[in-house]
Structure formats: C-alpha cells, structure tokens
Design a protein around this ligand. Structure first.
Ligand code: GLY
Length: 391
C-alpha cells in the first residue's frame, strides 16, 4: 500500500470519542477476531497516514501468542515495525522503563512522522502513551488493549503515565490516542487473575453508569447480574466492553481533564484500591484486584452511612464474578490511611475524598472531607475481617 494513498476502511467505528478541545476525535473499533484480519492495519494506516516506522511496545509472551498476524499486516501496510518488549506488571511503570522505550524509539529511527503502538494491558498502554506524549514533543500512538481491564477502561480517555515512589500515576500526561482497536477474542487466553482484575472495572462501571450518563436507565448492571460464570461473561464480552467504553467515552467527552467532578466518578474504589496497591508495593495486587476490594469497601462505607442500600445485590454480583472483598496482603490501617492521604486524587481540604455509590444503584458522588478518624476506624474494621488478619 502506498503511504500517500492509504486504503480507506469502509467499516464504521463502534464508537467515536469527540473532544471539544481542538475538535479532536478518534475512533474505537470493537470487533472480535479483527487482529487476525487486514482491517486492523488499515485502521492503523488511516490513523497514522504519514508514518513509515512504528514502535510496538508489548511483552514477550503476549506478542508470541497474538502479535504475529498483526505484525504481518502492519508490514504489508508499509510500516517498518520494531517490537520492543517490556516486563509484565506494575513495576514496569517506572522511569527506567520509560527511558528504555525512548531509547528503543531512537534506535528504531522514529521521526516526527512516525508513531507508537501499545499492544498489551494497562501498564503497557500507560507507559507507551506517556513515552509517545514526550518523544519529539509528542508522536501519535495507537492503543491495542489486550486485557479486559485495558479494553474496558485504561485504553480510552488519554490518561498516561508512570508511578513515582508510593504515589501511583503521579507522573504523566493527558494524551489521547489516535485510535483504539479492541479485539475481545484475545481475552480467551487471559490468565484468571487478569480476567478477574478486568471484571472489577466492569463492575465499577455498572455501579456508576447512571451518574456518568445522566440517564436513569442502566444497562450494564442488569447484564452483569446475568453473568453466572466466566463462560457467560465470555458470551457477553463484546457487549460488556462496548457498554463500558460507551460510558467512558461519554465521561471523557464532557470532562477530559477531570475538572468538573464527572471523570472523578471513574475513581470509585480507587482511593482505597491505590492505598492497597502502594502498601503492597505494587506486587501484591493487580490494579483491578485492588479496585475490586476498594469498590466493595466504598459500597460498605456508603451502606454504613445510610446512603447506599443494595449491598446484598452488590455482594451477589461480586460472588458471581469471583471478585475479592478482602485484602490478602500484610497491611496496617495507619499505613493505608497515610497512603490514602497521599493519593493524588485526594484533593479535599481537611479530609479524605471518596467516590461513593448512592441510591438507586447506578448513581455515585464525590464525597469530600471524611475525617481521618472515621476512615481509620473503617479500615480497622475491614482489615479485621480479612482472612489472614493478625491482631
Ligand atoms: N481510569 C480512570 C480515568 O481514566 O479517568
């Protein structure tokens, strides 16, 4: 294919994210099996019309499993592709790996006309997006999320970055991709823990749908209640991913830079979750596992404060999906409280800010100013319920 005359795909995007800023918009394609078809590389060519070189950031086992068909197509579409593998897991979201990606880009000879492609989960998407945002002051990048968590949340919306010390995602940029390609079929090989971690974000979207869309009618939670096991979730996967992306796109379109409080709703469960992750040194929990526990805690907290009734319904879905409700790391309530106070999302003056679910199910709000004493007592109570708790 000629670089000057890219073939036009006639397939309409599943969704389009339209940002008022600079009238910027990008397509999200959700198509089972697409990574094995030439369509995917046509979309990449449309998104990066001038690119001759592409740096693909991924991790090795994943690339071995799913990368070859895409590689062949990208090459056919005229891209000189360099594949750079990084280790799996949250500890990769650090400065030394960011630098390694930039060095790989230099060695691959990327110019300002070229681009990056993130092929992997949330860690790879965040790292690659941030690398792209600063390389030659910003090269375009494409997201090809391959975990459930990345497909339903992190690949859409332009949050990119790395961790610094105990504060998660503290260094980063809002930097939107040019294109998101989602192939739910790749989830078939997702390890069990990654699968559960992704479901936590899906459940989170179920709990905030009405608050995000402004419409009383909710679709995601009823769909989740019908998912009795992994098989049932797999059967509904494209619908679940599509619904989450729809909610996320609508939020990002209205509050791209998390300024009005709308995008902050996506942090349900994350203040507790980030504290667990940090206190577990980013190795005890996958992000989604910590979010599952954090979201459950937010539901219990709201229930105890009489603002959220349907705790049993949440518990039933948590059980059905196999989501954890208690931590398994070695935590002290005081340490968790300190991590919550340090969380970059905790902007409230004079107290901890929590996103909490609200009646009726599907609603949520950003609740500021919880006293340290109240939060500490709650953490003590919840940690005492954890199976490996030692007095
Ligand atoms: N993952 C939350 C957000 O993108 O705002």
């Amino acid at each position: 294919m000629s670089l000057n005359n890219p073939a036009r795909s006639t397939v309409a995007p599943t969704l389009t994210v339209t940002l008022p800023r600079q009238a910027y918009q990008y397509p999200i394609y959700i198509q089972p099996g697409v990574l094995g078809r030439p369509l995917a590389s046509q979309w990449v060519r449309q998104a990066l019309p001038t690119a001759a070189r592409l740096l693909v950031v991924t991790h090795e086992p994943l690339w071995a499993l799913h990368g070859q068909p895409l590689l062949a197509q990208l090459q056919q579409a005229g891209f000189a592709v360099t594949v750079f593998a990084v280790p799996q897991g949250e500890p990769t979201k650090q400065l030394s790996w960011l630098q390694a990606v930039w060095q790989a880009a230099q060695q691959a000879g990327l110019t300002r006309q070229d681009g990056f492609l993130a092929f992997g989960g949330g860690v790879i998407g965040d790292l690659t997006g941030f690398a792209a945002s600063a390389y030659y002051r910003g090269l375009p990048f494409v997201q090809v999320p391959t975990t459930l968590l990345a497909q339903v949340d992190s690949s859409v919306g332009g949050k990119t970055g790395i961790n610094c010390g105990p504060v998660k995602n503290s260094i980063g940029a809002f930097y939107q991709p040019k294109l998101v390609i989602i192939d739910p079929q790749v989830l078939a090989t997702l390890p069990h823990r990654e699968w559960t971690a992704g479901l936590a974000e899906v459940a989170k979207y179920g709990l905030i749908e009405a608050a995000c869309t402004g419409q009383a009618e909710i679709h995601l939670w009823p769909l989740l209640t019908q998912c009795a096991d992994r098989e049932a979730v797999v059967a509904q996967c494209a619908a679940l991913v599509g619904q989450c992306c729809r909610i996320k796109a609508s939020v990002v379109q209205q509050d791209e830079f998390e300024q009005t409080g709308l995008r902050a709703l996506l942090n349900l469960g994350h203040t507790f979750g980030h504290a667990l992750e940090a206190d577990g040194e980013y190795t005890t929990y996958l992000h989604g596992e910590a979010v599952a526990i954090g979201t459950w805690w937010a539901c219990v907290f709201a229930h105890q404060h009489d603002t959220f009734t349907p705790l049993q319904a949440v518990q039933a879905v948590w059980q059905q999906l196999g989501l954890p409700t208690a931590p398994w790391g070695n935590h002290q309530p005081e340490r968790l409280l300190k991590a919550m106070q340090q969380d970059k999302k905790n902007k409230a003056q004079g107290g901890i800010m929590l996103v909490l679910p609200q009646d009726p199910l599907g609603h949520a709000w950003v609740a500021p100013g919880h006293r340290d004493k109240t939060v500490l007592a709650f953490l003590q109570q919840q940690l005492a319920l954890a199976p490996n708790h030692i007095e």
